[in-house]
Design a protein around this ligand. Structure first.
Ligand code: SAH
Length: 491
């Protein structure tokens, strides 16, 4: 897989400044390891007039098979050999997009401390990719790139030059030319290469919607092929596609007060290749919690039993969460949380949004009052059952946020964990694990006692027989029950 980016420089900028923008020195050849093989970056041409950066991804077919990603086309489908013999090493597919993001993360974000003014400025660019798998052919390639201001050369590659009668392959040789900010160009490629390939057959998680919107910021809301792009990018998962289309519509309406850089900023660097494999359950749980908190319109959030602060960290990344209080009984966990979050090195504005305090959830605590929402993520099962009513009172009777989210393992799902011996709980410190029925019955009683409604949300794959690995209850205070707190006493 091969891609080159060429610029001739402009406005007195030497072409070699491309090296600053890509954060890769033109005089060095560098290798980066990605999950699918080595990515090489080097400059075949580097003069003041003209500079070309090349990205070569040397796909390791064996690593692909191990990661269950080898179902490229052009090989023998569904055969053992097809896993190893396919087009992946040669064709610029979604793997190249991942390599772009791994190797050029800062450039994608448009960040360039050495030449900030250059990063903001359109450059004359030419991008060439010798083999792009394109479902929809050269015509679709044009429909995707031309509206973005590119001059497109897309030539179908013959199946075999010796035998023209065999016709065209599904690959095109692609060259794009235009005056474009480098970050915009990279984001076009990042989204559109996998769209053309249309073989993103791995698990697409809900946070792909966020990623698509970030990468599409500034161009996707107005793109005439927005629907096709969105649906293919999200591997035709209709509910995600609908969600993305709605948000794009909002983005289009909000275009006027669009502040581009900030949004893209947060996201690109971390969790570099989570998109290529099923997300760990803990991440799915966090995403599900964040989604519910956003839906509830919560701004001030309690993370009760915050542990090492992963959710606190995720909350801080979204500015809508103006205040986050993490509470845990374990000072060791809190110390680890402070270290991970780099509380001591946080800027003033950020640190004013977050506090970590030690406390036990089985005692009422005035510090927990006045929040919009509380999260108990994988906490209740750490308490002895007889202590649960005390927690119930402290949270639902005393603190009384409008929204409470409680997640806990669904013990029925344990038979699906291959590594878990029969009859074992998932964690040594779990005092109990509930079936869906047990959890539901507990939650409904709690809701009834304290003036909340409750609904249940599966987290992780919802198995038709045994349900999801994690179950979540979403409690919402019913109108008019804000004052019942004092009448309710601990059970
Ligand atoms: N919420 C985190 C951590 C879950 S582990 C996550 O989802 O990953 C459970 C956490 O609850 C531990 O950090 C433990 O110290 C804390 N915990 C257990 N009993 C508690 C109590 N009575 N009061 C406060 N925290 C408690």
């Amino acid at each position: 897989m091969f891609l080159t980016i060429t610029t001739t420089g402009s406005g007195g900028m030497p072409a070699t400044d491309l090296g600053f923008l890509l954060h890769k020195h033109p005089e060095k050849a560098q290798v980066f390891s990605t999950s699918y093989g080595d990515a090489h970056v080097f400059y075949p041409v580097a003069s003041e007039q003209r500079c070309t950066a090349a990205l070569l991804l040397e796909v390791d077919p064996v690593a692909l098979v191990r990661r269950g990603k080898a179902k490229g086309r052009g090989g023998a489908p569904d055969s053992a050999l097809g896993q190893y013999v396919n087009d992946r090493p040669y064709a610029a597919s979604s793997l190249l997009a991942v390599a772009l993001r791994t190797v050029f993360a800062s450039a994608l974000r448009g960040v360039c401390d050495a030449r900030p003014e250059r990063a903001a400025q359109p450059l004359p660019l030419r991008i060439e990719i010798p083999a792009v798998p394109a479902r929809g052919g050269a015509a679709l390639v044009r429909r995707l790139f031309e509206p973005l201001g590119w001059t497109v050369e897309a030539e179908p590659v013959a199946l075999d030059e010796q035998f023209p009668a065999w016709g065209e392959s599904r690959y095109v040789r692609l060259a794009l030319e235009g005056e474009m900010r480098l970050s915009a160009a990279l984001r076009h490629l990042y989204v559109l290469l996998p769209v053309l390939d249309d073989a993103k057959h791995y698990w697409v998680s809900p946070d792909e919607v966020d990623k698509l919107l970030r990468m599409g910021d500034g161009w996707l809301p107005a793109h005439p092929e927005q629907r096709l792009i969105t649906s293919r990018y999200l591997a035709r998962r209709w509910s995600l596609t609908r969600q993305a289309m709605e948000r794009l519509e909002l983005a289009r309406l909000a275009e006027a007060d669009d502040s581009e850089a900030e949004e893209i900023d947060n996201a690109v660097d971390e969790e570099v290749d989570t998109e290529e494999k099923p997300l760990p359950l803990a991440v799915q749980r966090r995403e599900a919690i964040l989604a519910e908190l956003r839906d509830a319109g919560a701004n001030r959030v309690l993370d009760l039993g915050c542990g090492q602060g992963q959710l606190v960290g995720a909350l801080l990344k979204d500015v809508r969460f103006t205040e986050v209080l993490g509470v845990d009984v374990s000072s060791r966990a809190l110390g680890e949380a402070a270290r991970r979050l780099r509380l001591d090195r946080m800027g003033e504005r950020q640190s004013s949004r977050v506090r970590l305090v030690q406390g036990s959830l089985t005692y009422t605590d005035a510090r927990l009052k006045g929040y919009d929402a509380a999260v108990l993520s994988e906490v209740v099962e750490h308490l002895d059952l007889p202590r649960l009513p005390a927690l119930e009172y402290a949270v639902f009777g005393s603190a009384r946020p409008a929204t409470v989210l409680v997640t806990t393992p669904n013990v029925e799902y344990n038979v699906r964990w291959e590594t878990l011996p029969a009859g074992h709980v998932r964690h040594a410190d779990h005092r109990f694990e509930w079936t869906r029925e047990e959890f539901r019955s507990w939650a409904e009683q709690v809701a009834g006692r304290h003036g909340y409604g409750v609904r249940f949300v599966p987290v992780g794959p919802d198995d038709p027989e045994v349900g999801p690995p994690t179950q979540m209850a979403v409690f919402t205070m019913t109108a008019g029950s804000t004052t019942t707190a004092k009448e309710v006493t601990p059970a």
